[in-house]
Design a protein around this ligand. Structure first.
Ligand code: PMP
Length: 364
């Protein structure tokens, strides 16, 4: 007899989200930092976790206040924008931060809007919070035309706009003028609209590319999401955070689960924040490797999108599945994402990028 579960109809037949986790020598598919934590950081994490472990009979600090203070301090150093800890929110990866945003501001009868190609998790947050999902289009070159973006906001009257900058999978960042145009349009939406700028890859942006953090002061309906999964090389620890007005942060406090961020996670994140200097040196070398990769792909006659992130979208391949498989057969895993014909490669160590180039020469 078949089991009759009351699964929501929209979930029927769906597979869990996620890129394949394959045991391959060169992993360039999920935009991780390829460098494991330094010995000094591992030591610091071990000491901090041991201290946290001594108190594990108690629930963790529900407000994660020391961590939020450290994150505020980091943002002040990274971007020059000083915020009080009450304007910072932290959770288990920026995925959870953005789910909290949709839980607080989305919901039945409300719309979340983004511009495709965009981060593939956004429609999942929308689905899981029963929020209507609209993906308007970017231009052919993946840029976002401010006039069309404003028109889409006016047409769909979203409660939430999700703007990844730098965008995944294209690597392109939005100019401040476009962000300002969308923020202005959002202000006109009846009932209000929160604009989320997802800056998961902010630390990799090129000289002169702005951060939306600078716009927070004048825009209380702006929320800037960041993560420690990329530049900080802490994908395994699951720490993301948000900078926004206290009104937005207070709303997220209402929907979070009690004690959502474990004492161990908080300790690990605070330890990593003490090593920002050496981590940012790594970021600088990953940025150079990225620019070299773009130049090399173009030299080979392929298109490569200029990137402000730690990955490059390249193509256009007559058969991207065959190229993806050919690379995999040679021990290099990249991601099939974005429009047909394109592949995305994360920036690895110089040795990993050599392996990628050698494999690609054989297959494309
Ligand atoms: N935003 C974007 C644009 C991403 O690419 C990712 C990770 N791939 C995330 C958010 C989520 O990262 P995390 O949950 O690890 O912070």
């Amino acid at each position: 007899m078949s089991l009759d579960l009351p699964l929501r109809p929209e979930l029927r037949g769906l597979s869990p989200y996620g890129a394949p986790q394959l045991d391959v020598p060169v992993l360039l598919n999920v935009n991780e930092n390829p460098y494991p934590p330094s010995a000094a950081l591992v030591d610091d994490v071990a000491t901090s976790v041991a201290q946290a472990a001594a108190g594990l009979n108690r629930y963790p600090d529900r407000d994660a206040l020391p961590l939020r203070e450290d994150l505020a301090e980091y943002l002040a150093r990274e971007s020059g924008v000083r915020l009080p800890a009450g304007c910072i929110w932290a959770a288990n990866g920026s995925n959870e931060v953005m789910l909290h945003l949709l839980q607080a501001f989305g919901g039945p009868g409300r719309t979340a809007l983004s511009f495709a190609p965009t981060y593939s998790m956004y429609p999942e947050y929308a689905r899981d919070t029963c929020t209507d999902w609209v993906a308007a289009r970017r231009e052919e070159d993946f840029s976002l035309d401010p006039g069309r973006a404003v028109a889409a906001v006016a047409e769909h009257a979203p409660a939430v706009v999700l703007l990844p900058s730098p965008n995944n999978p294209t690597g392109t960042a939005l100019p401040a003028s476009t962000l300002l145009a969308v923020l202005d349009a959002a202000r006109q939406v009846p009932g209000g609209c929160v604009v989320v700028v997802d800056e998961a890859y902010a630390e990799f942006r090129r000289e002169g590319t702005p951060s939306a953090l600078e716009l927070l002061e004048d825009h209380p309906h702006l929320a800037v999401s960041r993560t420690m999964s990329k530049a900080f090389g802490l994908a395994g620890a699951r720490v993301g955070y948000l900078a926004a007005s206290t009104e937005v942060v207070d709303a997220l406090q209402v929907v979070r689960l009690p004690y959502h961020l474990s004492a161990v996670t908080q300790a690990v994140a605070r330890a990593a924040l003490r090593h920002t200097g050496s981590l940012m040196e790594q970021v600088a070398s990953l940025r150079s490797e990225r620019d070299r990769t773009v130049a090399w792909l173009r030299d080979r006659g392929l298109q490569a999108v200029d990137s402000d992130a730690n990955f490059v979208l390249f193509g256009v391949l007559p058969d991207r599945v065959a190229v993806w498989q050919g690379l995999l057969d040679r021990g290099v895993l990249v991601r099939q994402t974005g429009p047909e014909g394109w592949l995305r490669v994360s920036i690895g160590t110089p040795a990993e990028m050599t392996a990628f180039r050698e494999a690609l020469v054989e297959v494309a």
